[in-house]
Design a protein around this ligand. Sequence first.
Ligand code: FAD
Length: 412
Amino acid sequence: MLPSQVNVLIVGAGPAGATTSLFLEKKGIDHLVIDKATFPRDKICGDALSGKVVDIVGKLDMNLLTEIETDADAFMPCYGISFIAPNGKALEIPFRTRVNDHVSAAGFISKRVVFDNFLVNKLKPGRLLQACELVSFEKNEQGYNCQLRYNGGLHQVQTTMLVGAEGERSQVAKKLAGFKKDKNHYCAAVRGYYTGITGCKEGNYIELHFLKEVLPGYLWIFPLPDGQFNVGVGMASNKISKNKVNLNKALEEAISKVPALAERFKNAKPISPMLGWGLPLGSKKWPLSGEHFLLTGDSGSLIDPFTGEGIGNAMKMGMLAANHIERSLQAQKFDAAWNLQYDHAVYNDLWDELKIGRTLQWLTNFPWLFNFVVNKSLKNKTLRDTISCMFDDISMRDQMRSPMFYVRLLIN
Ligand SMILES: Cc1cc2nc3c(=O)[nH]c(=O)nc-3n(C[C@H](O)[C@H](O)[C@H](O)COP(=O)(O)OP(=O)(O)OC[C@H]3O[C@@H](n4cnc5c(N)ncnc54)[C@H](O)[C@@H]3O)c2cc1C
């Protein structure tokens, strides 16, 4: 049964919406989550769960992290990352393994059909209405009157706070925050599943191949349980348009013609179609709130422009949204000026990191510079260790934005 009135309506039960709900639950705050899909459902993605995801899951409940660590059929532990420069040389960086004083793999790889279902199954029974779609909404004094399609009929639900967590095609973001797709701050990517890829490094490293044909962007190979792999290619949307790139073709050509990849794909078999989806990047600040509404996850356009990581940021926003909703309910304030505190909390937490991602994305426009840093790192252990630390330490990653970093490399 649909209630006619709720304090908080979360639209979307992907990582952003599910995390908002789980943190609200911890605070004992009543709310409703809806999703137009029925879980388990797929989401086109690289399936890599970064250290940030591990961190937020641990903050939710360390037992959830233990569940992930002990379910090897669903979650592949990942111990490092390989950057393959345009010249074909690989820089292999092991991850650190201590999270929240808990020794764990720093990241995992898990099909989204599995991970999103894992999160949704942790929601309090009755919290989530599946196959329930937000069709439209209208502002009124108390918040929004939302029209939902459910069980073959249209229903009205009044909410005080509307949380847009509907992902890349969010109508809450478009209608209330004026979000418009901007090709300069957008990426497109295709993904498929394979078996039979050989030559992978021990430790289930994720591989990012910065091929010059798809810069700024990369081809990825991420190992999954059961001998499967998530393989895809993503590229900045402005460059796709400018160079008329067909991503499916670029992937096919790379795995059949780039010698190092062709050898590894010799016996590989695609086991799914290649499917595409968009990545709204966090390289431009959008409003994340307004009168009686908040945006979380891809609805708020905060994917890392360099790595393409969006799940961790979506979950971080879910956590911050729940904190803000708690304060709003206590103060009974939901106006745009008050809700700006949420924007500040999100950008205070994530903007420095996103700015670095934007600069690194821009630097990949210069393949020779990428080759130079990788060549130098291969000869210099201190530099390799420094780059490894950059994965944990944002202030160290910031060094890569400084011209002095490259001058120091030049003079050793
Ligand atoms: C090809 C590709 C590869 C990627 N690889 C990675 C990666 O390896 N690691 C990583 O961290 N990030 C990756 N990302 C980014 C990541 O997929 C997103 O950042 C992440 O899914 C955002 O989560 P979300 O909860 O905001 O949205 P979503 O996961 O998209 O969830 C939105 C939910 O809202 C529901 N919904 C939509 N509209 C409505 C409506 N009107 N009514 C009700 N429900 C609705 C949908 O059914 C869906 O369940 C990748 C993205 C792409 C496209």
